[in-house]
Design a protein around this ligand. Structure first.
Ligand code: CTP
Length: 211
């Protein structure tokens, strides 16, 4: 299969030296890309700035901002059989980016605007008809949030994790997730390596594609 994966954070520039971002390291997305490549799949990886080793045979498209990621995903999703949106895309970006470094004076009041929802655009705007997988990182009401995201974004399944726990998730090599499927089933994957979670996610995608 041909699979698109988004990974890492995005960076939203305030001025030439400062940006808004988040704690995503890209480990989960890169683990899925590596595992898919080792299974012999064609992998397109649209990645924000990360510090993890690049999976050998993947086609990598490097981006910085949510807006660049949106444009690349629109292009790369064409002809893909599956898409897994792991990136922690910034929900807001500065309304204006200063061309010069901002000098300190009094308090700063940086105005933010919403970014476009890439996963939420896949079905209706990009007309993607392959297997669509989303991630949901929350600190409370995991199930409710995951189910509403899965429905509103048209996902086949959504991988939910609790980012309030310090031992898993962001910056960790391990995670514990619950996979909610659009057919109503759910599968809890106990704390394990991100590589093991990647294999389980790929198993699910492959079985959905087999029909
Ligand atoms: N996502 C995306 N584009 C965005 C924001 C998120 O593609 N601009 C994707 C992520 O890659 C992830 C899923 O959407 O697969 C997360 O859903 P979202 O509703 O954005 O989650 P949160 O950012 O946690 O949203 P909220 O702040 O509403 O909880």
């Amino acid at each position: 299969m041909r699979i698109l994966i988004t990974a890492g954070p995005t960076r939203e520039p305030i001025d030439p030296v400062r940006f808004l971002s988040n704690r995503s390291t890209g480990k989960m997305g890169y683990a899925i890309a590596t595992a898919a490549e080792l299974r012999g799949h064609e992998v397109l990886l649209v990645s924000g700035p990360v510090n993890v080793p690049t999976p050998g045979g993947c086609h990598i498209v490097s981006v910085e901002t949510a807006s660049q990621m949106y444009d690349e995903v629109m292009e790369c999703s064409k002809g893909c059989d599956a898409a897994v949106m792991v990136a922690a895309v910034a929900d807001y970006t500065p309304r204006e980016t200063s061309p010069q470094k901002l000098k300190k004076s009094g308090d700063q009041n940086i105005k933010l605007k919403r970014t476009k929802d890439i996963l939420g655009s896949m079905r209706q705007i990009f007309e993607f008809d392959g297997v669509l997988v989303g991630f949901a990182a929350d600190t409370e009401e995991l199930r409710e949030n995951a189910l509403s995201k899965m429905k509103s974004k048209g996902c086949d399944f959504i991988v939910a994790n609790d980012v309030s726990r310090k031992d898993i998730g962001f910056e960790s090599d391990q995670n514990e997730v619950t996979v909610f499927q659009s057919d109503g089933s759910k599968d809890h994957i106990k704390k394990c390596s991100k590589q093991d979670i990647a294999e389980k996610i790929l198993d699910k995608i492959e079985s959905l594609l087999k029909g």
